[in-house]
Design a protein around this ligand. Structure first.
Ligand SMILES: Nc1ncnc2c1ncn2[C@@H]1O[C@H](COP(=O)(O)OP(=O)(O)OP(=O)(O)O)[C@@H](O)[C@H]1O
Ligand SMILES: [Mg+2]
Length: 198
């Protein structure tokens, strides 16, 4: 189910915990410049590592372009993130959360409504997330690319942003542009993860 390079992900987890403690960051989103750079891979492995270390973690599939996270975690077709936004009733949040095979790791699937029908209202969602933060140490969003409007809303509302680049693939120009957009939106970059380092 998961790819894992134990050392690399233990280090990533350690860096993440240090940075997030300093910045009091518990609602985090992961994005990148382009598709296929490793956002979902990093999200799954980071959250698994945190859960294995005893943290309570909720991973949210917020990528309307590619629902890989929900597919990989066997949550495809279930109600989730998009349903909450459509219904605008966040009290249903806990009904849609599923356990995973990893103790301590829960998932909110992407959901099963057409995103075109939605008008996105994030303020209420994030107010609700802060209310349920006593259940979790971290809530981590696996998002689409930075140009996606949902991703941008998540940048604005989350406590911190992890940016992913793929070695020998992501252009420096794209990385600079992505960082600039995050800054302009007022997001707090926790750091870059350089994926697929050989
Ligand atoms: N470090 C790695 N080593 C080997 N394969 C990897 C690595 N990182 C990602 N991949 C593979 O590359 C592909 C894209 O990775 P992933 O789905 O994590 O990227 P993504 O940024 O989430 O993509 P998308 O923009 O489509 O959501 C997947 O098939 C994944 O298994
Ligand atoms: Mg992905």
């Amino acid at each position: 189910m998961f790819k894992k390079n134990h050392y690399q992900f233990t280090n990533l987890c350690l860096n993440f915990k240090t940075l997030s403690q300093k910045a009091k960051t518990r609602i985090v989103m992961i994005t990148s410049s382009n598709q296929g750079e490793g956002k979902t891979t990093i999200a799954i492995n980071l959250t698994r590592q945190l859960a294995e270390e005893g943290k309570r973690v909720l991973i949210v599939d917020a990528d309307i372009d590619h629902q890989d996270l929900s597919i990989i975690l066997n949550a495809q077709g279930r109600s989730g993130f998009l349903n909450l936004l459509k219904e605008n009733d966040f009290s249903k949040f806990e009904l849609y959360i599923l356990n995973t095979q990893i103790k301590g790791l829960e998932i909110l699937p992407i959901g099963n409504v057409d995103s075109k029908e939605l008008s996105f209202e994030y303020k209420g969602l994030f107010e609700y997330l802060r209310m349920i933060l006593n259940h979790y140490d971290y809530i981590i969003f696996d998002s689409s690319v930075i140009n996606n409007p949902i991703t941008r809303s998540l940048v604005i509302n989350s406590d911190g942003v992890i940016l992913v680049a793929r070695q020998n693939d992501t252009l420096k120009r794209d990385m600079l542009m992505t960082k600039k957009i995050v800054n302009e939106l007022g997001g707090k970059t926790l750091g870059w993860v350089l994926n697929a380092v050989k």
